[in-house]
Design a protein around this ligand. Sequence first.
Ligand code: PLP
Length: 435
Amino acid sequence: MTSSKPTLSEHWQSLLEFDQQHIWHPYAKMPADTPAIGVAKTQGSIITLADGTELVDGMSSWWATLHGYNHPKIQQAMHEQIDTMPHIMFGGLTHEPAIELSKRLVKLTPEGLDKVFMVDSGSVAMEVAIKMALQYWGSKEQPNKNRLLTVRNGYHGDTFATMAVCDPVNGMHSLFSEVLTQHYFAPAPQMGFEIESNNEDINALKAMLEQHHQNIAAVTIEPIVQGAGGMRFYRPDYLKQLRQLCNEFDILLIADEIATGFGRTGKLFACEWAGITPDIMALGKTLTGGHISLAATLATSDVSDTISQGTPGLLMHGPTFMGNPLACAAAIANIDVLMNSPWQDNIQRIEEHFKETLLPLKELDGVADARVLGAIGVIELERNDLGPQVQAKSIENGIWLRPFGKLVYTMPAYNISQQNLTTLTNGISKAIQKV
Ligand SMILES: *Cc1c(COP(=O)(O)O)cnc(C)c1O
């Protein structure tokens, strides 16, 4: 019998052996139990592995590649920027890519967010958001307002300030509990985008604000979709009420749109579902369409003016690669491609397809729930140890997924072809039935 399994070249075998022995991957052992899979190249919604296998990408590299890999317009913008100025320090200097990007961010984000701080990654965008909130209250001479309130099942990043507002259980806080700042945790918003709620969740949050508002600088939340902390969707009315409560108790609202920004939920920003403007908003992942790392924190003039009028009057942050021109050029091109595309139609097309193909999987044994919002599909399994098997089966079915815990989820590129979309959902369905 001949095996049809593709084989790896010796060159790749030795690369992967080095990788396994020397290179850490996200949340991974060293050395890894199973070696990482080599990738040779990407194009559109296709990932080509080192052994030549082609996979339809279901992950958009963790929400990022909105228009697929190697988008020609984004690549062209990056090529042109590399030839003129890949990088220049931002202290005292400025450049067109930073200005053009910021113009777009001010214009497109909810009304009122018109100050832009650019950083390198999502976690740091949230660090800056938190720092803005603390400096805001310091400037108002209310330094006792130095704690945050957040909801359970949240995810805001891997750095220390952001870990402290991630879900305390699945964020594995206990490992660092000695050094993390203690914040207030309200119950997670009730699951369900379209539900009528009895508001038990928001009332519990309100009770905490009533009791502790004198110590609370800001509420941090992922609007509408809680991502890495559980892939949970919740109703816009919750967010609307949260905005009102923050006003009532004189607390800033930080919206983390690092995953939801730029269309994924069907609105350009998830805050739009509730028609609210947060005081501070973090963007990341989706900002360059997955072509290079860049993130940004936006704030209202109230936030920036208050910080400026206080002591020392400066926002105390300034990364080396702040406003990197190459990353800004990619972000400008990404946003222009998005705004010139029928992205709402695409999200709706993907949502309808997911509803038809993924929601019925709810009926399968071992599946606890299936849910869809915008271009996000989630299958929640009953057991939390099947991820690696689902991933292996997915590859056999020609698709790339990266389940975590109980959650098998997918968020493809908006412009994925109908054929690849069908391959993706067939592959998910088959993988789950096998496992
Ligand atoms: C991924 C993510 C972050 C962290 O971004 P990094 O670029 O990984 O640092 C923060 N918040 C949310 C909602 C995210 O999805």
